[in-house]
Write a protein that binds this ligand. Structure first.
Ligand SMILES: O=C(O)CCC(=O)C(=O)O
Length: 268
């Protein structure tokens, strides 16, 4: 764990090692309290209820966080190619999001070419729905049979319980392997980055009347990966996605057979 990341101590290799070894990385005081206050004010001007979120709002305060230089450098070093922010999620209240791996929502081929950086926009205690994560779960090769490409994929839009089934299987696996849960208890401005396979979610039993201001950005590698969409579509037919850079809403790559074939050829 990197405890304090002043510029003089900024060591990208250590950061990437922490993601690979521990499954996460803590960047204390990534943003200033002034920035935190500005974003809080902005959140208060919006209407965000419990368990609601705003996706990829391009307000300059939010883009400033998503484009944090340290985070982008770490993500690019982790991917070994340039990273771009492809989604931002803004919350005012605890999410109670069930435990999952981000790879089920952002499935890339080759795998693991995405990352997340979560920023506390107020102090986070056990009461206001901290982010929770399952220790060492990133070391499990991949909980991949819900992802594409896999001949075992369970994707099927006729299966309405698909997400429920996924969540149940994940929790059974955690129990079976006796993996332990931890919480990210943070000070406003602290950031938690996690490995694409680290199982995580929002604490399930918060005091729901409390706020939990937070902002999370998801990043993808820009050059290599092909990106698939899950939870829907037909079995065995990949649903290709075209991620957009949230800064300019431009596609990271041209969607279409030619650009896909070019990407595939590069992988051979
Ligand atoms: O903020 C949370 O409670 C959960 C966020 C999350 O799971 C995600 O962004 O993938």
């Amino acid at each position: 764990m990197i405890k304090d990341l002043e510029d003089k101590n900024f060591d990208i290799e250590k950061c990437v090692n922490s993601l690979n070894d521990n499954g996460y990385l803590i960047l204390k005081n990534l943003i200033s309290l002034e920035e935190v206050k500005n974003v809080q004010k902005y959140i208060d001007s919006l209407s965000i209820g419990p368990k609601e979120r705003i996706t990829s709002d391009n307000h300059p305060f939010l883009l400033e966080i998503s484009n944090n230089k340290k985070v982008l450098k770490i993500a690019s070093a982790f991917f070994k190619e340039n990273a771009a922010p492809v989604q931002g999620l803004l919350f005012k209240y605890p999410t109670q999001q069930e435990i999952h791996q981000d790879t089920v929502h952002f499935s890339t081929f080759p795998r693991d070419l995405m990352l997340a950086a979560w920023v506390a926009l107020e102090d986070i205690t056990i009461d206001n729905g901290p982010l929770e994560y399952i220790q060492n779960s990133h070391l499990i090769p991949s909980f991949s049979h819900y992802e594409f490409p896999s001949r075992h994929t369970n994707r099927n839009k006729n299966n309405k319980n698909y997400n429920k089934q996924y969540v149940k299987e994940i929790s059974q696996l955690i129990e079976k392997l006796r993996l332990k849960k931890s919480f990210f208890l943070a000070k406003a401005g602290d950031c938690f980055m996690w490995h694409p396979r680290l199982m995580h979610g929002g604490n399930q039993t918060p005091k729901e009347e409390l706020t939990r201001y937070s902002y999370v950005t998801h990043y993808m590698a820009t050059k290599t990966p092909i990106y698939f969409k899950h939870f829907g579509g037909f079995n065995f037919i990949p649903r290709l996605q075209s991620p957009k850079n949230i800064n300019n809403r431009k596609k990271l790559y041209k969607f279409g057979a030619i650009s896909m074939i070019k990407r595939l050829i590069k992988l051979l």
